[in-house]
Design a protein around this ligand. Sequence first.
Ligand SMILES: *Cc1c(COP(=O)(O)O)cnc(C)c1O
Length: 728
Amino acid sequence: MTAPVTASLTPSASPTLTSFTTIPDRLAGLSEVAHNLAWSWNRDARALFREIDETQWAMLRHNPIVLLQQASPARLAILASDPSYCARYDRVMQWLATERSDEHTWYARTFPELRGQPVAYFCAEFGIHNSVPIYSGGLGVLAGDHLKTASDLGVPLVAVGLMYRNGYFDQRIRPDGWQEDSDDRFSLDSVPIVAVPGVDGAKHLVVVKTFGRDIYIRVWTLQVGRVPVYLLDADLEENHPDDRPLLSKLYSGGPATRLRQEWLLGVGGVRVLRALGIAPAAWHANEGHAAFMMVERVRELCVSGVAYDDAVRQVRNRSVFTTHTPVPAGHDQFAVTEVAQCAGEMWKDMGISAEAFVRIGYHPEAGPNSFHMTAASIRMSRRVNAVSRRHGIVTREASRALWPGHTADEVPIGHVTNGVHLATWMASPIMKLLDKHLGPWWGHGQDPSIWDQVLSMDDEALWFTHMRLKHSLMRVVREEARRAFAQRTLETAQLVGAGTLLDPQVLTIGFARRFATYKRADLIFRDVERLRALVTNSARPVQIVFAGKAHPADNPGKQVLQNVYQFTRDPRFEGRIAFVEDYGMHLAHMLVQGVDLWMNMPRVPMEASGTSGMKAALNGVPQFSTIDGWWEEGYEGNNGWAITPEEDSDDGTSTANRLYTLLETEVVPRYYERDVNGLPYLWLTTMKNALRVAGQHFTARRMVEQYARGYYAPSILGDVLPDDPPTA
Ligand SMILES: *Cc1c(COP(=O)(O)O)cnc(C)c1O
């Protein structure tokens, strides 16, 4: 048994790892590798697992814990006596050891004076790897990419989230296209999550009172490279039966459940860090769900004798808040009466009235009866940011009411455009190409100009690599359909719609995202005849692969999904429209790496950033989108296609017309224009530019460096900024 990496941060805790009886001593460290999710973005570590049993590895969707449980002792014995395997194993173990030290990282070099000063990062969901299903979509995956990058750069992040024992949900589509949602309960044995014991053998670590009852909270930990994640869990016998399932499901239940979840995340999360002896020097709330984290810190200071106004000032100075919500209706709000009951007279600790307490969440446009989580977070954070340039403008406008008498330009909210974790989202074969073309250090360099060299990459090598990824996407789609058919979860009539007729030679458009109505997945079906002509053109056909879940409570979203699904079964489209079930990080990987064009048609300005298009671009897959979110910054004219705001319309009619026209006159001809060697030389230029722009500007490395320089370090160092707290 090896000591887990979190040991140094958890003096009271000594979590135990699952032990695998079958692993030979020579390879004993494989268990440790499997228990740090850093394996998921290390090519050599992944290869060690894949080599144990390639078929099983794919079947298990890359879950090394289960793989090691099921591995045949004979196979492991062979590998233990294979010098090449052992040499690579030793290299991975050395790398894992360096993952424990933060001495030579970018952060240590840039901010030597900030060593050992942790930054707390709170988020309601974390999408780190498919095998740990505690995320629903974009926000969680972004948070996961943030942690991975913080680990790479040595930013001393400590993450706090919730342990959803029932995951998000599994998606099954009925033959009539209606989405059915089932629990996605995972076994604790199958995830690299370990319990943090409480004091004196107790299971719980902290207690939080809400709605008059004490809730005992147990904590689990998950290691993401250098970054520990602490996950709160209320499913303990000590708790009232009604409270035990409070944290079991992500974004489920009504506002009452959501409020309790957010209360436990914020208040409980702070108490957990205290119980572990961790003293963050800065605190980052990723989205308004974590606002109560700041309220609890104000309470702590007040209890220690600091006056309320002073306590707020101190908390503000060390707090960072990132908003991801594009429109006023999207912000979390609760009834002030509910919040007051939830808080259980916490205001008495703070030396203020109940009225003053609920005013923390006052937003003039939401009215005095709403506790607005974004307004509360803005009030309690000196440094606030939106997630793209365009979203910054929208957010300043939407928050203006908090600063009466000021123009939107004067609202002190900035932006840090989202980015994606390169080593997670770029396919290994593309990385290998870059190794060859840019030299082995391209991924470590800080000089963005290295990406200009992508433009001179070898056409043939890039095209064959892309085609290989496309073939493997289609093979997996077919295999999934075959398996579902054999298990009788897919009817014969559904097989075509599941993508079994997809052809790797055909221009393939990918559209995968949450089925919220504003994302307009069905826009491309506005004129069925015009689309049919494009799709079934015998010389230059087009195919489209859809994937995505609708939130279980979002019936309009489910209707859009049903609409799209029915077209997959429509013989007029000749099997060239597919819907692949159960969109998650696993499928996301294969889609962003294996389609030719990434489509996104959000109603402007509803997409705060959007990140899937960045993932696609890092694989040389250009995006076609309305100018919203990151595309407003990312579209350079030669790296994809755009529908401008003038061409977009509220009802989507002119948007759809423009979409068809661009496909007919630019996208399709470019794709099918080949040189004497059969290479789409014009399309390849677009691919290279997509890769260049994404590598230069849209990696999480750029994003986390911006947070570190502009938000974390100044918060810790107490850099002087004019303090402009909201006055409304
Ligand atoms: C990246 C990602 C998202 C977010 O994509 P958008 O472009 O913001 O819609 C959602 N779900 C999964 C599984 C992802 O990997």
